[in-house]
Design a protein around this ligand. Structure first.
Ligand SMILES: Cc1cc2nc3c(=O)[nH]c(=O)nc-3n(C[C@H](O)[C@H](O)[C@H](O)COP(=O)(O)O)c2cc1C
Length: 206
């Protein structure tokens, strides 16, 4: 991690404080697969920002997910992907997504569709980006996740032209962006703790 990133890291508990002794397991998902993709740098920033003693972070990169061929895709669960166990272990997700043609990328949709129970009854915060914040990608994701019983947090972050904040040390946004992300993480931590307890004590039955 760069010194700059260390300097901008919050020194007080922010979004990730919660009332459980068990660390929260947060999966940060880099949602694009292009060779020169921005999502990896943004996801690395988000993962560093979210990681505290109370939060264990796993960065899952769509470009490295190694999903099976779509010919084998089935509704409600297919053969296990190489990242199924890591998604299953997560209590919460941060989805880092660009906007492609007013939606989110096909690679991210494949990651979503290749899993089912790994997503269910968990919360997600959307960190979108594009020319104007990638908000159409974020709103499309909300509808898709609703189908999977994923609660998307009210707060998210929409980054406008984040490539202009990409330097040798990675993605380096202004302090206000970090504060907005911390606020979203705070909400995400509440949902993560609440839904983890609910999944354990009151498993959903149709
Ligand atoms: C296929 C494609 C479609 C795009 N469509 C949009 C768009 O609809 N709105 C937008 O703001 N940016 C759009 N962009 C620009 C992306 O926001 C920008 O290239 C961004 O860096 C892509 O994320 P990535 O680098 O992680 O792949 C598009 C980029 C690509 C490659």
């Amino acid at each position: 991690m760069s010194e700059t990133n260390l300097a901008t890291r919050p020194t007080v508990p922010t979004g990730t404080d919660h009332d459980s002794t068990e660390p929260l397991h947060l999966a940060v998902i880099a949602g694009s697969v292009r060779d020169q993709r921005m999502s990896r740098a943004v996801a690395e920033w988000a993962a560093f920002r979210a990681a505290t003693g109370a939060v264990e972070v796993d960065l899952i990169d769509c470009a490295e997910a190694g999903l099976p061929d779509d010919g084998a895709l089935r509704p409600g669960g297919s053969e296990a992907s190489t990242v199924a166990g890591r998604l299953d272990a997560a209590d919460a997700f941060v989805i880092v997504t660009p906007e492609y043609n007013h939606s989110y990328p096909a690679g991210l949709k494949r990651l979503i569709d290749w899993h089912y129970r790994e997503w269910m009854f968990k919360p997600a915060t959307i960190l979108s980006y594009g020319v104007q914040g990638g908000l159409l990608a974020a709103e499309h994701l909300r509808g898709v996740f609703a189908e999977l019983h994923v609660v998307t947090t009210r707060r998210g972050v929409g980054l406008s032209r984040p490539w202009e904040q990409l330097g040798p040390a990675g993605f380096q946004p202004p302090a206000a962006t970090g504060a907005a992300f911390d606020a979203a993480l705070h909400e995400l931590a509440w949902w993560a703790t609440t839904l983890r307890t609910a999944r354990r004590d009151r498993p959903y039955a149709r």
